[in-house]
Design a protein. Structure first.
Ligand SMILES: Nc1ncnc2c1ncn2[C@@H]1O[C@H](COP(=O)(O)OP(=O)(O)OP(=O)(O)O)[C@@H](O)[C@H]1O
Ligand SMILES: [Mg+2]
Length: 258
């Protein structure tokens, strides 16, 4: 398996890449994030766990600048996201790749073009450079032979692997993964998780994952954050959170999902 090239401006390992300071997000009268504080260091793999509807996707959508916080600050690689000029937001967005539960591939484009589109239009790569990068990434996710397929000609697991390749093609500093296997048939889950395990093992990319796959979380995470009622209620290495959690709420949650 080939490793993707290093990122354009790699952050110094161990420096803080993402920071939420007292972030509050409300939808009408529903306070979803309530003074949320957490940070993710460059190169680390952090997993966010917590009950359905607790706000995990909201955290990722704030990072993608798809939502704005009501209070607090969010910083990515030292740049504050809100308030920020459009140019700053564009620059920050280039540092972040996201893979969604529902792959969201461009249905009218072949696999190769799905991956080359943004590097050409946003990063200004030549078509040849972008195609070479896309072919290397398709190799990485085990789909070298699918360049000319349309998304509907692929299985869900294959589509999700294309979506991962597409996110990596932008050489983001951080990859956000939102329950990327939860829409897949059970027999397709392992292949996608294996690709992500390889990426975690062979690249220096920072990962922030929301997942219900607790074995995967245990394998790849440097740190697990248990999130509920708008806060991180407990965090630590996976051995601690899964093996000896402090909080009753964490025990109760893990009892229900493990
Ligand atoms: N655009 C929106 N407008 C109104 N309410 C919203 C919006 N987006 C999310 N919410 C509400 O915010 C809360 C958190 O939603 P979110 O999708 O972040 O949860 P989650 O932790 O990702 O849940 P799940 O594990 O089911 O994916 C929910 O109560 C949801 O109904
Ligand atoms: Mg969600």
């Amino acid at each position: 398996m080939k490793e993707p090239d290093a990122h354009a401006n790699p952050p110094v390992d161990g420096s803080e890449l993402i920071r939420f300071d007292h972030v509050t997000k409300r939808f009408g009268g529903n306070t979803v994030l309530d003074g949320l504080d957490f940070s993710v260091d460059a190169g680390k793999h952090v997993t966010l766990i917590g009950p359905s509807g607790s706000g995990k996707t909201t955290i990722l959508r704030l990072l993608m600048t798809l939502l704005k916080p009501d209070e607090g600050t969010i910083t990515v690689a030292g740049e504050q996201l809100f308030p920020a000029s459009e140019k700053q937001v564009r620059e920050v967005r280039k540092k972040i790749g996201m893979v969604f539960q529902q792959f969201n591939l461009f249905p009218n484009m072949k696999v190769l073009r799905n991956i080359t589109e943004a590097p050409v239009t946003v990063l200004g790569l030549s078509k040849d450079e972008a195609e070479q990068r896309a072919r290397d990434l398709l190799d990485l996710v085990g789909l070298a032979d699918k360049c000319d397929a349309y998304p509907t000609q692929l299985s869900g697991g294959q589509q999700q692997r294309v979506a991962i390749a597409r996110a990596l093609a932008m050489r983001p500093q951080v990859l956000l993964l939102d329950e990327v296997t939860s829409a897949l048939d059970p027999e397709l889950v392992a292949g996608v998780l294996d690709v992500l395990r390889d990426i975690a093992r062979t690249t220096d990319i920072t990962m922030l994952c929301v997942t219900h796959e607790m074995n995967f979380a245990r394998d790849i995470s440097d740190q697990v954050l248990m999130f509920d009622s708008g806060h991180v209620i407990e965090s630590g290495p996976p051995e601690k959170i899964f093996g000896d959690p402090e909080h009753d709420r964490t025990r109760e949650f893990l009892g229900a999902v493990l």
